[in-house]
Ligand binder design. Structure first.
Ligand code: BG6
Length: 482
């Protein structure tokens, strides 16, 4: 048994965290370009990093670029050839990357795409093709044009569906020749946790007390947009496949007390609601009831039900970094995770950022998702942010990263042996990049080290870490070296 032949091993990146070139090639600002590095804020307090006010956006628009790390990324915009060559050296079968909407449509409302952006992404895809690396493209990874956020309050407005589809059409028609696998919205469930980066929703532009309602409305528009995007794909790119993308926040009850279990069940249902809609093409009845009880009224058009049914996805992709634990008891201490908190699980170690490391949770997640949806799965993000040290001779020893990946791969293999269909695995991230939540550079995920610090100082030189060689062996042996 073990990993199937043709298993897509690789890595995942997002334009806003690697490209830089925020003011080059005709790119417009995206919501990600507003994210300020906050050195004095506790890295375990994700809410404080994510919070944004209109004043802060105004200031960010006027400011220079220094305090906004996503505007510089790791210079993939200029160094993509060097980086892709390094991915190829590791033997990558696939690279998951996103196309920055704000590079293609700088203000979001243009009719035609920015020619320079089209040329740039074509070059990137050609470079991947040169090495036989299959791209997996995320259409929306926290990169909405800022103007759409400010003018319409992002995805709260139904107009976004048309603007997004115009962008999608441009992607299919220009890059369809090179791209077979597409993902609609990165971590679509995250809109409820960080409305601005995920949905372009500015909390201050919502009536007091209506933010949750606005987020679910935004999610509904994204569901409909995804369905239309899938239908358009069937027409234009009949051989392509569309996946949805979930933050898989597998949650355990702290104890076997039935109240802990019941609460945990509700938490998990909330997380799975998003994939339920995109795989099954309808809202789950229990979520409809929950919305009714919470007074959340989602505006839908008559045709939406049919559209959701007609535009279901072909596969489910997800990110998995940690599991979390819930308790019905209010006094339980909480620890951070990927833009969530949970109760501390005494059986698990934590990363330096407090995320609890749980390889078995990946097996559990795979089995749960496959059993629920019976469609192929793709692990498109998994990894551990850590501080790395460069030795005097320039080497970087990262046994902690190797251990993290090894344990997760072995659990993924167990899930495959149980019968779960897994298309591939892309690590987050193959190269150090700017952290989505904290905007740090020092939270390093890569097999490839990038010489840049949190303030943007450094040569940007790339270096192979020990894990680089280790992953290369894993891929070459299709997991047999584990
Ligand atoms: C996922 C995002 O939530 O987690 C990525 O899709 C992000 O964009 C990754 O980088 C890791 O989170 P962070 O905050 O450590 O960068």
């Amino acid at each position: 048994m073990g990993f199937p032949e043709g298993f897509l091993w690789g890595g995942a990146i997002a334009a806003n965290q690697v490209e830089g070139g925020a003011r080059e090639g005709g790119k417009g600002f995206s919501v990600a370009d507003m994210a300020r590095y906050k050195p004095d804020v506790d890295v375990k307090n994700y809410q404080a990093h994510n919070a944004i006010s209109l004043d802060e956006i105004e200031r960010a628009i006027q400011d220079g670029d220094d305090a906004y790390p996503k505007r510089r990324g790791v210079d993939f915009y200029h160094r993509y050839k060097e980086d892709i060559a390094l991915f190829a050296e590791m033997g990558f079968k696939t690279l998951r990357l996103s196309i920055a909407w704000s590079r293609m449509f700088p203000r979001g409302e243009e009719e035609l795409p920015n020619e320079e952006a089209v040329a740039y992404y074509l070059d990137v895809f050609k470079e991947l093709k040169k090495y036989g690396i299959e791209p997996v493209v995320t259409l929306s990874h926290y990169e909405m044009p800022l103007d759409l956020a400010l003018k319409y309050n992002g995805w709260t407005s139904r107009k976004m569906i048309d603007y997004f589809l115009n962008f999608v059409f441009a992607c299919y028609s220009n890059f369809g020749e090179y791209v077979k696998y597409w993902l609609n919205f990165n971590e679509i469930d995250s809109i409820i946790r960080h409305p601005f980066t995920s949905g372009g929703i500015v909390p201050q532009l919502c009536e007091p007390g209506t933010l949750r309602q606005a987020c679910y409305q935004g999610a509904h528009h994204q569901f409909v947009a995804s369905a239309y995007a899938k239908m358009l794909m069937e027409k234009l790119l009949p051989d392509a496949k569309m996946g949805c993308m979930l933050t898989k926040l597998t949650t355990y009850p702290r104890t076997c007390h039935p109240e802990d279990v019941a609460l945990t069940q509700q938490v998990n249902l909330e997380n799975l609601f998003y994939t339920d809609v995109m795989v099954r093409g309808e809202y789950p009845k229990l979520m409809r009831k929950r919305f009714e009880q919470e007074g959340i009224r989602i505006e839908m058009r008559e045709e939406d039900e049919e559209v959701l049914k007609d535009g279901t996805v072909d596969f489910v992709s997800f990110s998995y970094y940690m599991s979390r634990t819930e308790s019905a008891s209010p006094d339980a201490d909480r620890v951070p995770g990927n833009t969530v908190t949970g109760v501390k699980n005494p059986f698990l170690p934590s990363s330096d950022w407090g995320w609890q490391i749980d390889p078995v949770g990946l097996r559990i997640s795979l089995v749960e998702l496959y059993d629920r949806y019976q469609v192929p799965l793709f692990v498109v993000e998994n990894g551990m942010g850590a501080m790395d040290v460069v030795e005097a001779d320039g080497s970087i020893h990262d046994p902690y990263r190797i251990a993290y990946f090894k344990d997760h791969f072995l659990e993924m293999e167990k899930a495959i042996d149980l019968g779960v269909e897994v298309m591939g695995y892309t690590s987050w991230a193959p190269i150090d990049l700017i952290s989505a939540s904290t905007n740090q550079m020092s939270k390093r995920y890569g097999f490839i080290y990038v010489d840049q610090d949190d303030e943007g100082r450094g040569t940007l030189e790339r270096r192979r870490k020990d894990s680089f060689y280790w992953y290369k062996d894993v891929i070459a042996s299709n997991g047999k070296s584990l």
